[in-house]
Design a binder for this molecule. Structure first.
Ligand code: NDP
Length: 336
């Protein structure tokens, strides 16, 4: 496993990071979740990403239990705040000082740790003054509850404004967590250049487009049993946007590229996002430990320019590049 610096901080993270959205506390049983976490640790993954909202707080608990007994100094644990949790009261959501302070305490308790390495704003809160949010994050850092602060799915302008306030308050915004894959490249035009300039890295989610780039979904055929697209709950997480015959047919065209590199298709998908030097980590999910063991082999792979160009030819118009999608997909008002 290789490790990369997160932004221009001194923190190193494993370039393949394990995330538990839709799986822990939901799609998979706790013993499978624990086996996946142990497979990750065995493969040298030291960085784990979760959020208070995943399985309405259960995912943090499952991850905390699975990591029990590990040396804390050898782990980087990331979580997030923004989406509604708990009974859904008016202050159980967003990035107000009240919710940030309460949410971080709940996350630490569930994760069984005194601090998280990275605390992330899961979305931009249009209803809380940015100054209030950044002051709350500054206090979370000063209280020692989080070491670093990041954001997720913020636009380039929002990142710039948050970064400036953080600097004024004496701490640094070091990361952005956007969706990024061969099929979804909307960060390349604005978010990545701004992040490079300001010293933030990307920790990218759904590098396999939720499993679609593994090649296991075939055009015109039902999704395999046990897969995310076939799962009643997990399937609602947005995978359907990629499940068209056109996309699935093009994805099958990536198999010869993977073969040429001696990689499987899941490995090609993960290796592809790591070719971008502003990406600190590919944030990979797994429903089975074997998937983790397979995916980690993407660490350290170089894809030559001619094969990158071939990938672009194969995927053609199926690739989404519109930088406006970051703002378009974000909540326009705070979600209650
Ligand atoms: P991926 O694109 O890596 O999809 C993971 C899923 O693909 C697995 O759960 C599994 O699903 C399937 N898969 C993985 N490996 C293989 C393999 N080798 N062969 C076949 N299928 C495979 O990432 P996720 O969508 O899970 O997102 C990863 C993480 O990113 C999350 O856990 C979370 O931490 C973060 N995230 C952050 C968001 C944000 O807003 N900040 C939003 C979404 C995710 P199955 O076996 O069920 O088909």
């Amino acid at each position: 496993m290789r490790y990369r610096y997160l932004g221009n901080s001194g923190l190193k993270i494993s370039e393949i990071t394990y995330g538990n959205w839709l799986t822990h506390g939901s799609q998979v049983e706790n013993d499978v979740a624990t086996a996946c976490v142990h497979a990750a640790l065995d493969a040298g993954i030291s960085t784990f990403d979760t959020a208070d909202v995943y399985a309405n707080t259960k995912a943090e608990q499952v991850l905390g239990d699975a990591l029990k007994g590990q040396r804390r100094e050898s782990l980087e644990i990331f979580t997030k705040v923004y989406w509604p949790t708990g009974p859904g009261g008016p202050n159980d959501t967003g990035l107000s000082r009240k919710h940030v302070m309460e949410s971080v305490n709940g996350s630490l308790k569930r994760l069984g740790t005194d601090y998280v390495d990275l605390y992330q704003a899961h979305r931009y809160d249009t209803e809380t003054p940015l100054e209030e949010t950044m002051q709350a994050f500054a206090d979370v850092v000063r209280q020692g509850k989080a070491l670093y602060i990041g954001v997720s799915e913020w636009t380039a302008d929002q990142i710039r404004a948050g970064h400036a306030l953080a600097q004024d308050l004496g701490f640094q915004l070091i990361s952005s967590q956007p969706q990024y894959s061969m099929l979804w490249r909307v960060i390349e035009e604005e978010v990545v250049p701004t992040s490079r300039e300001l010293g933030l890295s990307q920790i990218v989610w759904s590098p396999m487009a939720q499993g679609v780039l593994s090649g296991k979904y075939l055009p015109g055929q039902a999704a395999p049993a046990g897969s995310r697209a076939a799962d009643e709950k997990a399937g609602r997480g947005g995978i359907s946007q990629f499940m068209t015959d056109d996309v699935l047919t093009r994805v099958q065209g990536l198999k010869p590229v993977a073969d040429e590199l001696g990689l499987t298709m899941p490995q090609l998908a993960v290796a592809w996002v790591l070719q971008n030097d502003n990406v600190a980590a590919a944030l990979v999910g797994a429903s089975r430990p074997e998937q983790v063991a397979e995916n980690v082999e993407a660490s350290g792979v170089t894809i030559p320019a001619e094969l990158l160009a071939r990938i672009d030819d194969v995927l053609g118009d199926a690739v989404e590049r519109d930088p406006g999608k970051t703002a378009e997909n974000a909540p326009q008002t705070r979600v209650a």
